[in-house]
Design a protein around this ligand. Structure first.
Ligand code: RIB
Ligand code: CA
Length: 313
């Protein structure tokens, strides 16, 4: 099986970091063409730096990391230091990266790569606000038909919002960008809070990361140890949801996930619902299905496979 070519668009973020590690630990299934950073959990100077920290942790300073957009299309940037800490990767002590940031803008890299690769062979994996993806589509509408699929972490329906009562963070930060992506005609799969909230970092799972005995295991345990305090306090849950690695896991192991192909629209007009993903799960409208919306997963299989992959470092 030839590895699937992907571009990871990301706003690290401890959970983004684990997603990047999972992808880099899986060269038989995934070829990471590049990583584009976007403003989200923390501002762009930090997300691009954090992406490089993670690549170096994975022993992959060869991975090309690009800085993309530093602000949403039409709203002031909303960040999530309250969840991820001031650096975006709070938890363990970290040293600055030495690998270079690419000079090319991340949006131009996305456009150039999609035009250069065989049409229909590149999957986009957004793990943060969709600003880079939407800007690339606005700048080069021809790339839409060249994208194999977009598999993104974002949205919420039954689980409702985590940054507002109705909206999930990635969509809320740049709802207009999400709307542009939804209207692009590209095959889209959502990994929303409805499913990621079932991927909890329980203590035995964090202990299993630490028991790997490698630096990656130590770092992931420390990151999840920091990251989970917010969700455990807010939801009273047994751990924090490891949102973004669900995107990479779905790409490799779709059989451990369940969802429906339905209509999903982005609410844009009312401040109360801005950024809400209105998922017609029960098909009560005649709006055409435009996305696969994942609602359930085998979380035991997910953590077993994730931990096995992290053991490879
Ligand atoms: O709402 C969760 C999402 O927002 C995750 O991608 C997390 O990293 C933040 O970007
Ligand atoms: Ca993220």
């Amino acid at each position: 099986m030839t590895p699937r070519k992907i571009i990871i668009d990301t706003d690290p973020g401890q959970d983004d970091a684990v997603a990047i590690l999972l992808a880099l630990a899986s060269p038989d299934e995934i070829e990471v063409l590049g990583i584009t950073a976007v403003a989200g959990n923390v501002p762009l100077p930090l997300t691009q730096k954090n992406a490089r920290i993670v690549c170096e942790l994975a022993g992959r300073p060869d991975i090309k990391v690009f800085a993309g957009c530093d602000a949403p299309l039409s709203h002031p940037l909303v960040t999530a230091e309250h969840v991820h800490g001031k650096t975006g990767l709070d938890g363990p002590p970290m040293t600055d990266p030495t690998m270079p940031l690419q000079d090319q803008n991340g949006v131009d890299f996305i456009v150039e790569t999609l035009r250069a690769e065989v049409s229909g062979t590149v999957t986009l994996c957004p793990l943060g606000p969709l600003t880079n993806i939407a800007t690339a589509l606005q700048r080069a509408p021809d790339i839409a038909e060249r994208v194999q699929e977009i598999i993104l972490m974002g949205g919420a329906y039954f689980e409702v919002g985590n940054i507002t009562p109705t909206a999930e963070f990635n969509i809320y930060v740049d709802p207009e960008a999400a709307d542009i992506v939804m209207k692009s005609g590209i095959k889209i799969t959502f990994l929303p809070l409805d499913v990621t909230h079932k991927a909890l970092t329980t203590q035995p799972r964090v202990d299993a990361f630490r028991a790997l005995g490698n630096t990656v295991g130590e770092m992931v345990a420390a990151w999840t140890g920091f990251f989970e305090r917010f969700d455990k306090e807010k939801y009273g849950s047994a751990g924090a949801p490891l949102h973004d690695p669900c995107v990479i896991a779905y790409l490799m192991w779709p059989e451990i996930f369940q969802g429906r192909h339905i209509n999903v629209e982005i609410a844009l007009s009312d401040p109360l619902t801005l950024g809400m993903t209105v998922a017609d799960w029960w098909r009560v409208t005649d709006r055409p299905a435009n996305a696969t919306f994942i609602r359930d997963m085998d979380d035991e299989a997910f953590y077993t496979r994730l931990t096995d992959r992290l053991a490879r470092f």
